[in-house]
Write a protein of this length. Structure first.
Lengths: 895, 88
């Protein structure tokens, strides 16, 4: 193919991309964003992960190291299928905080520290320069491939000239579409759409070459399989350390590389986009990798000895006379290289202008935030930064001579950017991560990476002298760059990865733990780590400062432009219910404005500019404490409410129970009154009747004696009843006189049993006792205690309804107290009655055979209370069971 | 304070949603394990021709991960109907 035609089609392709970007920009400017922000475009834009390094380099990598090239794509696959773990949070934070770059994210997380922004920017520029050089090199090489094929022998006049032209063209495109506007969020619709188109081109191109190789040159998959088995690639050597390490490092890189962060977080994207990309992007990577090994194998088979495997994608179709396919492949490679360079330089330029140029400019001219045209400065600094970045890349390309294998350069950049990973993950998930820790980790990682991998990559005697390689700096052997701390014989890349990430993480954790974060840092830390706790009431950064709304408006105009600023202020004023363009500078508004500005100039710069107006640079520790107190107060208040509510519920329950008991008692009392009238009436009646008979006289003496005896008995019964009532009232008043003395419990029970045997003497009761246990002395009022025992035993005799009644008396002594259980084998007391049996006048049955007035157990309870003990009903003993407890020694309250 | 308010047991739909999120968290771990399996096969030590079989294995694992992720993606992206959309 004529070389001129190649240049021509190349230019046509570039013009086409310009057109696409232009139309997208125009569409977005009219507010019709629509499908420009669809998950499909998002996924395609992510494909800038696949640079010329993938397009050309993967085949070369495969030809050299077998399947190891897959690690570069397996790592990102893991990150994306596991998007729920990390990417979701990252994207949410990016949107909420209007993050403009990875440097901005780190700076914003650690208290809007510009120092960290500078460190990350520096790291990114240093790591990206060779990577950009790599893209220039691959485009130049691909041009050279075509040039050498031209029949007229029209060799490129100068490879460097090609590189210059490519770099200049890219700079032009990037400046045109990457720095057109300085709107919030740093979104570039034109660029995104252009790289989405390029993503399709490179995928189609690589698949076309692959299909041609498998089905055109080999005889289909089966034949391809056989050819792989027969090729020099058939036995690859997997080095476990490299395999694992590279999967990890590429997983870190897909998050931390400036261009990936740009398309993944900054250019927009939400959960919906990520969800689609979580499988679509791995699928894209899979398709890109699918034909790499076949192309490498066929390339090694067919191409002459010594051909550069990095160029097989291009040279193979060319050698087979497939001009169109070669053209497509060329455009694919061209797309890969250009899209990477464009987005990378936009990302780097944003970082440089936001974290290096703007802070310096604001420091030099503090008043400029209000008077100078900040917009112009920012855009100018970005344009210059783009040119500078591309120039650096070009210079690196010139200096390195474009000889190193593509894969090596890419991996060096990967390991460099992976240094951000510990700080990033720590910052997102650990509130204890501090600015000092982040700075220490980043600087440590940067230095170790530069010393063990970056500088050595220039070769001996270039950046580091050969003597340093062999003997270490100043002859210190354990500091040799490729054998740090005496770890020799390790793969240099793995060696650098291990030490840089390990020392980085260690320094990060150590300094984080040792230092104390400032208020802004703590605020931001909470906002980042708890990003999903919606509307977490963070302290308002500007709670106590006050800014002139007009000054705020002027400053916003300088950054966002007149129209945008006015619209923003008018909307806020309307939201506050005011007319005009000047809203009240409430803390909420100022904080929102700061975020909005941060979307244009970065968090640190926006914070610095606002603080110039508001007058107070930061929130103070007091503010944080105030918020904490407020929260604590609210929590305490609600806890109090909760406690009060519970207490109310408890009280209501107690009241209900008391009421129920009262009602029951009232019913009982009524029953008792009729009972007692009955009780009093029965003896009275018979006394009256018999005394009447007696007064009539004229009776045989034996009848007189008989009637007299009846009257006497009835009178005794009356007296007993009245005695009981009297006794009870004395006991209840606590005015009872106790005769305390030492008594043997066994004897007391004996007495009680003897006395109670008069009750229903016709029944033969089996008494089960444990005499040795009963044999103990208690200091109490023996007569009163016996009274209780008698009552219980009589009750058992009266009410036990078993055919062969028995009564068990169990005595136990524990911790200075004695318990005496009286357990019979009757049917016991029904559950609903157990609560009231100790109440006065309680009678379970109307059977008058009991003869009592229902005062026995009530008296027992009062007696035991006076004796310092108690009496309870024991449920679940197989019959009625009462437990009497009393102290071994009764201490009298008033002796 | 917030934790105390989340219910201890969930409806069937919310329950499934949480387990889906658990799966989303587990997927990369299992994926990494499967990707590291070739290390155990020691292709470096044996003289056997293992590029092609290893490659096929890795691509099968890869496609499997893509499919599982594709099946889960709509459920994960849908945040509606969940009592606690943010935290699983």
């Amino acid at each position: 193919m004529p070389f001129n035609l190649l240049v021509l089609s190349c230019l046509a392709y570039v013009a086409f991309l310009f057109l696409v970007a232009f139309l997208a920009e125009r569409r977005a400017a009219m507010g019709r964003v629509g499908w420009l922000r669809s998950p499909l475009i998002y996924t395609l834009s992510l494909s800038i992960y696949c640079t010329a390094w993938t397009f050309y380099g993967a085949v070369g990598y495969a030809a050299r190291s077998g399947l190891e090239f897959l690690t570069i794509y397996l790592g990102p696959t893991l990150v994306f299928v596991g998007w729920w773990l990390l990417l979701r949070k990252l994207v949410r934070i990016g949107r909420q905080q209007r993050v403009t770059s990875i440097a901005d994210l780190i700076s914003s997380r650690f208290g809007k520290s510009n120092l960290l922004g500078i460190v990350v920017t520096l790291l990114a520029v240093v790591a990206a320069t060779p990577y950009i050089a790599l893209q220039l090199q691959s485009v130049t090489l691909s041009f050279a491939v075509f040039a050498s094929e031209t029949p007229e022998g029209w060799a490129l006049p100068d490879r460097d000239a090609t590189a210059i032209w490519v770099a200049a063209g890219l700079a032009l495109f990037t400046i045109l579409f990457g720095t057109r506007n300085l709107d919030a969020n740093e979104q570039h619709h034109g660029v995104v759409l252009a790289i989405a188109v390029e993503a399709v081109v490179k995928l189609v191109a690589l698949l076309a070459v692959g299909i041609f190789v498998v089905w055109g040159l080999a005889g289909g998959p089966a034949d391809m399989f056989a050819r792989i088995e027969a090729s020099p690639l058939r036995d690859w050597s997997l080095e476990p350390g490299r395999w694992t390490g590279l999967i990890m490092v590429s997983a870190a890189a897909v998050i931390c590389l400036p261009r990936m962060f740009q398309v993944m977080v900054v250019e927009g994207g939400d959960e919906r986009h990520l969800a689609r990309a979580s499988w679509a992007f791995p699928l894209y990577l899979l398709l890109m990798s699918l034909f790499i090994v076949p192309i490498a194998v066929i390339g090694l088979e067919r191409m002459p000895e010594g051909a550069n495997p990095d160029m097989f994608v291009l040279t193979l179709p060319l050698a087979e006379g497939q001009g169109t396919l070669a053209m497509l492949a060329f455009l694919g490679g061209f797309s890969s290289a250009t899209s990477m360079v464009i987005v990378e330089s936009i990302a780097l330029a944003t970082m440089v202008s936001n974290h290096v140029v703007m802070p310096i400019w604001l420091k030099l001219r503090p008043k400029a935030a209000l008077t100078g045209d900040v917009r112009r400065i920012v855009i100018l600094s970005r344009r210059l930064a783009i040119i500078a970045v591309l120039t650096l890349g070009y210079l690196y390309y010139r200096m390195s001579g474009g000889s190193a294998a593509l894969a090596a350069i890419g991996l060096i950049a990967f390991v460099g950017m992976a240094q951000v990973m510990p700080v990033l993950v720590g910052g997102l998930f650990w509130r204890g991560a501090t600015k000092a820790g982040a700075a220490a980790g980043l600087v440590t990682g940067f230095v170790v990476w530069a010393y063990t991998l970056y500088l050595p990559s220039f070769g001996p005697d270039a950046a580091l002298s050969a003597a340093v390689f062999a003997e270490g700096p100043a002859g210190i052997g354990w500091l040799r760059p490729q054998a740090l701390f005496g770890v020799e014989g390790m793969d240099p890349l793995l060696h650098a990865l291990l030490w840089s990430v390990a020392l980085n993480t260690f320094a990060f954790c150590l300094f984080s733990v040792l230092t104390f974060p400032g208020p802004v840092e703590r605020m931001q830390g909470a906002a980042f780590v708890n990003v999903f706790d919606a509307e977490a009431a963070g302290p308002k950064g500007w709670a106590r400062g006050w800014a002139e709304p007009e000054a705020l408006l002027m400053m916003t105009q300088r950054i966002l432009g007149d129209e945008a600023a006015l619209a923003l202020f008018a909307a806020e004023a309307r939201a506050q219910g005011k007319d005009g363009f000047l809203p009240e500078p409430t803390p909420d508004f100022v904080a929102g404005l700061e975020r909005r500005l941060a979307g244009s100039v970065g968090a640190a710069t926006a914070h610095a500019m606002i603080s110039q107006l508001v007058g107070r640079a930061t929130v103070s520790v007091d503010d944080l404490m105030a918020v904490a107190n407020e929260t604590a107060q609210i929590m305490e208040y609600s806890a109090q409410l909760e406690a009060q509510r519970e207490e109310l519920t408890r009280t209501a329950q107690q009241l209900r129970a008391a009421n129920e008991k009262l009602t029951q008692l009232s019913v009982q009392k009524d029953a008792f009154l009729s009972q007692i009238s009955h009780e009093l009436r029965t003896p009275m009646t018979s006394i009256r009747a018999f005394s009447e008979i007696l007064t009539e006289g004229d009776l045989p003496p034996e009848m007189v004696a008989n009637y007299g005896r009846i009257i006497h008995e009835e009178a005794i019964r009356l007296t007993r009843l009245l005695d009981d009532l009297l006794d009870l009232s004395v006991l209840e008043n606590g005015s009872v006189q106790l005769n305390v003395g030492l008594a043997n419990l066994q004897q007391l029970i004996d007495r009680a049993l003897a006395a109670a045997s008069h009750t229903r003497p016709e029944r033969s009761f089996l008494i089960l006792r444990d005499l040795p246990a009963e044999n103990l002395f208690v200091r109490t009022d023996p007569d009163r205690l016996v009274q209780v025992f008698i009552n219980l035993i009589s009750n058992a005799r009266k009410y036990c309804d078993a055919a062969a009644p028995e009564l068990r008396i169990v005595v136990r002594q524990r911790a200075g107290r004695v318990s005496v259980d009286f357990i019979d084998n009757g049917s016991g007391i029904p559950k609903q009655s157990q609560r009231i049996i100790f109440e006065k006048f309680a009678r379970l049955t109307d059977q008058t055979r009991a003869g009592g007035a229902g005062l026995g157990l009530a008296i027992c309870r009062e007696v035991m209370a006076n004796l310092g003990g108690g009496i309870d009903y024991l449920p679940g003993q197989g019959g009625a069971a009462f437990r009497v407890t009393l102290p071994l020694r009764l201490e009298q309250k008033a002796a | 304070m917030k934790r105390a308010r989340t219910p201890l047991f969930l409806k069937r739909r919310s329950y499934r949603k949480r387990r889906l999120r658990d799966t989303a968290r587990m997927l990369p771990v299992f994926g990494l394990f499967l990707m590291l399996v070739p290390v155990l096969w020691k292709p470096a030590d044996t003289a056997r021709a293992d590029t092609a079989p290893d490659g096929i294995y890795l691509f099968v694992v890869w496609i499997g991960l893509v499919l599982v992720a594709a099946v889960m993606a709509p459920g994960l992206a849908d945040e509606s109907g969940s009592d606690d959309p943010e935290e699983g």
